[in-house]
Design a protein around this ligand. Structure first.
Ligand SMILES: NC(=O)c1ccc[n+]([C@@H]2O[C@H](COP(=O)([O-])OP(=O)(O)OC[C@H]3O[C@@H](n4cnc5c(N)ncnc54)[C@H](O)[C@@H]3O)[C@@H](O)[C@H]2O)c1
Ligand SMILES: [Zn+2]
Ligand SMILES: [Zn+2]
Length: 344
């Protein structure tokens, strides 16, 4: 059997090749991939070759948001069978360290996460994965919705961490994929007013389509708008999904007294001008998140039930054979691409 695969061979360069067929261990399943989302992190590796200390050594396989069909199961696997439609949690933790054993498996230092060097991603025809991190999706859910369970889990974790509740006002800064799934999650958790800031009109248009009030922070002052809308009190929860000093600062400023700020963005290693006195005077709670844990079943149920229309964030669909074009377009046409997916 052939296993067509797209390799990143240099900066902004992908080439098609053949990977060996993956081995299926006793606790693993083999999956025929059907859909892969193009994530901001894939595009960052594509463009710069690294994220922090994770450095791409070509040839490297990108892609970590994936869904497909089970082709084969290892001898110990009882809960999945060939033909099952599934999506996969891309990080496989060690399950031995203190973080894993205390339930924070997303913080495992030895996690093997797809498309995070040195671990390859999934832009192949066939991949193998532990059954424990492979989840059935129902027939009424598309493979692309299955692939988007991954980013949605981040949005759910952000809103859980921020304790987003019915009737609240939530501010989200950054309307990329992560900001938009956070908006969907906040709506599902009952937020009644969601204010989204970004600098790209297409993304703001999408946020409006999904029910948000939007502010283009190039032209207008987000904090002023939040204060106008909340009679000067500020928002219950502000979530940074951009990762810059200015966006974190906007979250701190837009939060109400005793409010909550959640930092999701990973752009800035250091935030300049972190206003600690404003934080103290308002007695804000500032939290952060890293990926997600135990949220795939929640995300799958919410999509299958129609409560979260995660497919609505997709703006561009590409065929697997056109993966090279998919990356070039998603990277270059940032003004128009909200979220790209590769469908096999
Ligand atoms: N904590 C985690 O586990 C986790 C997981 C995934 C992604 N992230 C991070 O979340 C952030 C968002 O990810 P993404 O994939 O959506 O990225 P993205 O680049 O697609 O989206 C970021 C958005 O922020 C907007 N932005 C930039 N400067 C702004 C400003 N001054 N005001 C308002 N908006 C501004 C951009 O226009 C863009 O639309 C990134 O920093 C990413 O690294 C964190
Ligand atoms: Zn992703
Ligand atoms: Zn561990």
């Amino acid at each position: 059997m052939s296993n067509k695969t797209f390799y990143m061979t240099d900066l902004e360069k992908l080439e098609v090749g053949e990977a060996p067929m993956p081995k299926v261990g006793p606790d693993d399943v083999m999956i025929k991939v059907q859909s892969v989302g193009v994530c901001g992190s894939d595009l960052h590796y594509y463009h710069t070759g690294s994220i922090g200390n994770f450095i791409v050594k070509p040839p490297f396989i990108l892609g970590h948001e994936a869904a497909g069909i089970i082709e084969e199961v290892g001898e110990n696997v009882k809960n999945l069978k060939p033909g099952d439609r599934v999506c996969m949690e891309p990080g496989v933790p060690c399950m031995k360290c203190e973080e894993c054993l205390t339930g924070h498996y997303n913080l495992c230092k030895d996690v093997k996460f797809w498309a995070t060097p040195p671990y390859d991603g999934v832009l192949s025809e066939h991949i193998s994965h532990p059954a424990a991190f492979t989840f059935k999706i129902p027939d009424n859910m598309s493979f692309t919705e299955g692939a988007l369970v991954e980013p949605l889990a981040i949005g759910l974790h952000a809103c859980n961490t921020g304790n987003v509740k019915l009737g609240q006002t939530v501010v989200i800064v950054g309307a990329g994929c992560i900001g938009l799934v956070t908006l969907l999650a906040a709506k599902a958790y009952g937020a009644t007013r969601i204010i989204v800031g970004d600098v790209l009109d297409k993304r703001l248009e999408k946020a409006r389509e999904l029910g948000a009030i939007t502010v283009n922070t190039k032209d207008d002052d987000l904090v002023k708008k939040v204060m106008e809308l909340t009679e000067g009190r500020g928002a219950d929860v502000c979530i940074d999904c951009a990762g810059f000093s200015a966006t974190v600062d906007a979250c701190l400023s837009a939060a109400k007294p005793a409010g909550m700020v959640v930092i999701v963005g990973l752009g800035a290693d250091r935030v300049d001008g972190f206003n600690t006195s404003m934080m103290s005077v308002k007695e804000l709670t500032v939290k952060s998140i890293f990926r997600y844990r135990n949220l795939y079943p929640t995300a799958i149920n919410a999509i299958a039930d129609g409560r979260i229309n995660v497919g609505a964030i997709v703006s561009h669909r590409f065929k697997f054979d056109d993966t090279i074009d998919a990356f070039a377009t998603c990277h270059k046409d940032i003004r128009n691409v909200v979220k790209g997916v590769i469908e096999y």
